[in-house]
Write a protein that binds this ligand. Structure first.
Ligand SMILES: NC(=O)C1=CN([C@@H]2O[C@H](COP(=O)(O)OP(=O)(O)OC[C@H]3O[C@@H](n4cnc5c(N)ncnc54)[C@H](O)[C@@H]3O)[C@@H](O)[C@H]2O)C=CC1
Ligand SMILES: O=C(O)CCC(=O)C(=O)O
Length: 444
């Protein structure tokens, strides 16, 4: 059995009931085979892969909180500090009922390679809780965030571990958590990113993941001789990533005709009306049925279906494993040219392979959605300097980072004789820096 297969098997045996973590490790390790085989003896002696697939540490804790009726609830919180070889742990917090240790580990593992790809000094971590923010009052959200941070504050700090948002965690939640950290620890420091602008947040962080996705998509298309202007896009999700992906795609001259939430999806033949979508999702925190009611050109459908629409570009921006083999077949049959992942691991392994076999340009999430964490790292830099940059400065740096990532994954794929295989290219480019840093730092 090869070294990669041995490690993969041990991950499955030692981490039972964590299918998403197995999937993420399998995708990365299998595509790293050419690099591992070229250095097998050395890596094996150093147990490099075993160290990479085992988080440096993980915390699991109780979160008691009181609802508006005086009822006490208990949720479970997590923070996984996966790999700190190239910088302080960095990665978001997810509040969603589906959260468990395996989900946080898959996200933390992906984050290690993503953060490396940004070229900035950030290690990989992730956290969250099985708390459902839907339908909660502002006071309940505050109570939960304060209780969560009361425990989390023991393990994080501006130079050790810097969380941010993810699904269910936006500016409101980051604000409540920052306030509680400051109150308990007594320090005003850049311990979280995605902060409000009045207390150390960075301009363009809100837009960064969606904008970054489009900067990378445009560059990937350009490398392959294709223009983004005039193309039609299907977008899934209607949260932070989806909204700003639609905004930037529209600005680039493409037309986004779909979006979705956890209960249904919209097809809008005239292109998504962004002002209306922001009003429904960012201000009212309402369902997409509200969008359809206010927009005559839009159709609302229950369930899933955005991938059945004929488009040139697919941008999955909701959650993991939301694009399956049947969806990939439908997209290919409809002539899709490119798929770029705004969400983390939205495409199943089988669907990814189908796209690659059918010559669809496929940009994996760890490259395509790295703009969010990259801009978080820029927020950390501004906090260290105690200065704030303009929107234009941050956005220009974000564009530069996404263009560099596109070329790094393209170049690594070519170097290993797999031109156009951006999954392999992104994994190898992300791995090389972390592996080198780990080797230099001895057995830790
Ligand atoms: N916010 C950020 O900066 C970054 C987010 N991501 C990833 O992007 C994806 C979306 O995150 P955000 O937009 O920040 O979250 P969000 O909470 O703002 O929005 C999430 C969206 O996905 C939908 N969704 C969530 N769970 C779902 C489910 N089980 N089935 C169907 N739809 C579901 C929600 O309805 C919502 O439209 C996630 O995979 C996240 O990990 C990746 C990089 C950075
Ligand atoms: O901005 C950050 O630190 C985290 C972003 C994130 O959670 C992600 O890249 O998946």
């Amino acid at each position: 059995m090869s070294y990669v297969d041995e490690v993969l098997q041990s991950v499955i045996e030692k981490n039972p009931s964590e299918p998403e973590f197995h999937q993420a490790v399998k995708e990365v390790l299998e595509s790293l085979k050419p690099v591992i085989e070229a250095n097998e003896e050395e890596y094996k002696k150093q147990a490099l892969l075993e160290r990479m697939v085992n988080p440096e540490r993980q915390f699991k804790f109780r979160i008691p909180w009181v609802d508006d009726n005086g009822q006490v609830h208990v949720n479970t919180g997590y923070r996984v500090q996966f790999n700190g070889a190239i910088g302080p742990y960095k990665g978001g917090l997810r509040f969603h009922p589906s959260v468990n240790l395996g989900i946080i580990k898959f996200l933390g593992f992906e984050q290690v390679f993503k953060n490396s790809l940004t070229g900035l000094p950030i290690g990989g971590g992730k956290g969250g809780a099985d708390f459902d923010p839907k339908g909660k009052s502002d006071r309940e959200i505050m109570a939960f965030c304060q209780s969560f941070m009361t425990e989390l504050c023991k393990y994080i700090g501006a130079d050790t571990d810097v969380p941010a948002g993810d699904i269910g965690v936006g500016a409101r939640e980051v604000g409540y958590m920052f306030g509680q950290y400051k109150r308990i620890r007594g320090v005003f420091e850049g311990v979280l990113t995605g902060k409000g602008l009045s207390y150390g947040g960075s301009l363009a962080r809100t837009e960064a993941t969606g904008y970054g996705l489009l900067y990378l998509t445009r560059e990937m298309l350009k490398i392959n001789g294709i223009e983004i202007a005039g193309k039609t896009c299907a977008v899934s999700g209607s949260g932070n990533v989806a909204i700003y992906a639609i905004e930037k795609a529209t600005e680039m001259g493409a037309k986004c005709v779909t979006c979705s939430d956890s209960t249904g999806w919209i097809y809008d033949k005239d292109g998504i009306d962004l002002a209306l979508l922001k009003e429904v999702k960012e201000v009212k925190r309402a369902r997409l049925t509200e969008y359809a009611k206010a927009r005559p050109s839009a159709e609302y459908h229950e369930g899933k279906g955005v991938w059945s629409v004929k488009v040139d570009i697919a941008l999955p921006c909701a959650t993991q494993n939301e694009l399956h083999i049947e969806d990939a077949k439908a997209l290919v049959a409809n002539g899709v040219t490119a798929v770029a992942e705004g969400a983390n691991m939205p495409t199943t392994l089988e669907a990814t392979k189908y796209f690659q076999d059918n010559k669809v340009l496929f940009a994996p999430g760890k490259a395509a959605n790295a703009g969010g964490v990259a801009t978080s790292a820029l927020e950390m830099t501004q906090n260290s300097e105690r200065l704030s940059w303009t929107f234009e400065e941050v956005d220009a740096k974000l564009q530069g980072i996404m263009v560099n990532i596109t070329h790094a994954m393209d170049e690594a794929a070519k170097r290993y004789g797999e031109d156009g295989n951006y999954v392999l290219g992104a994994n190898i480019a992300g791995f090389e820096k972390v592996a080198e840093a780990m080797s230099f730092q001895g057995i830790v």
